[in-house]
Design a protein around this ligand. Structure first.
Ligand SMILES: [Fe+2]
Ligand SMILES: [Fe+2]
Length: 297
């Protein structure tokens, strides 16, 4: 259960000399509880998103990235943990590590499900891992990796909110719906942690924007490549693609694709100088889902 530890927002420290902007206000503090539900992936059909190949592989395309991505987020934040002198934030960071570790582990099982369904994902995942190890982690300084993590967490929080508000998962297989709702709820719970750590380590607006550029470009590129690879393996024809896109728009009841409702919205919000993840108070969505689903630690 989510417990509000300190519902009164308290200000973050002022920006250090030489930085361009004051740090945004800090949001309310929440206890972050790692949970570990079980999922029967062997019951999940290949096209688990309402029978749609396109819907399934758009979701598979981003979910394949999570084991590697979330372990990177943990390393990026953990690198600075001994510089954080706020015990509440340190406790939140440890909860964040526990949640992301469990997400990564559940998504390892998800990737095993894709292999069992006959999808060839290992060359793609090896390329993603190679890039993460040899480019992102080797060439980027720790502060930029932390800034990229904070921005990536904003995108995952938006995806999580969309899953609840837009009822996107209503046609998903029950196992996948449970997995993705649990993950979405915990993403909302811990959405401020990496950002709050970044604000304490270096509240520079330029660094925040650089992290946004890294996160947006890498997420978009690997998501598109992964989705395309799976659609090609399923031999989706152009006519099928057009029809599935039409059906997906009908399902969503709007004309907003991922470029608009995740990337354009995420970038627009994150560029505001006074942005803080907790400004969008949607913790009730996570609380309601976790209570309804009976997911416990
Ligand atoms: Fe996660
Ligand atoms: Fe996360």
């Amino acid at each position: 259960m989510v417990t509000r530890m300190n519902p009164t927002p308290t200000p973050a420290p002022a920006a250090t000399a030489g930085t361009a902007t004051a740090a945004p206000a800090q949001g309310p503090r929440h206890t972050i509880t790692p949970r570990k539900p079980k999922f029967a992936f062997d019951q999940v059909p290949r096209h688990w998103f309402g029978g749609s190949k396109l819907g399934t592989h758009i979701s598979n395309g981003v979910n394949m990235l999570f084991p590697q991505g979330e372990r990177f987020f943990v390393r990026s934040v953990n690198h600075f943990l001994d510089q954080i002198d706020d015990p509440e934030l340190v406790a939140q960071a440890r909860g964040f590590f526990g949640q992301e570790g469990r997400h990564a582990s559940a998504h390892d099982d998800y990737n095993d499900m894709l292999r069992a369904q006959g999808y060839r994902i290992d060359r793609f995942l090896a390329a993603f891992t190679w890039f993460g190890t040899n480019v992102t982690e080797r060439l980027m300084p720790p502060e930029l990796r932390l800034a990229a993590t904070a921005a990536a967490e904003h995108f995952t929080a938006i995806m999580a909110e969309n899953a609840f508000h837009k009822q996107i998962l209503s046609v998903a297989h029950p196992t996948m719906k449970s997995l993705l709702e649990w993950h979405a709820a915990e993403e909302i719970e811990h959405k401020s942690v990496a950002f709050d750590v970044l604000q304490r380590v270096n509240p520079s607006y330029a660094l925040r924007v650089a992290g946004l550029a890294v996160a947006a470009s890498q997420l978009a590129a690997w998501w598109v490549i992964g989705t395309t690879m799976l659609l090609v393996q399923d031999r989706l024809t152009l006519a099928e693609l057009r029809e599935e896109r039409r059906l997906m728009k009908l399902h969503r009841k709007d004309d907003e694709g991922i470029a608009k409702r995740v990337f354009a919205r995420g970038i627009r919000e994150y560029l505001r100088r006074d942005f803080h993840p907790a400004n969008n108070d949607n913790f009730h969505l996570a609380e309601a889902l976790l209570r309804r689903a009976g997911v416990t630690a």
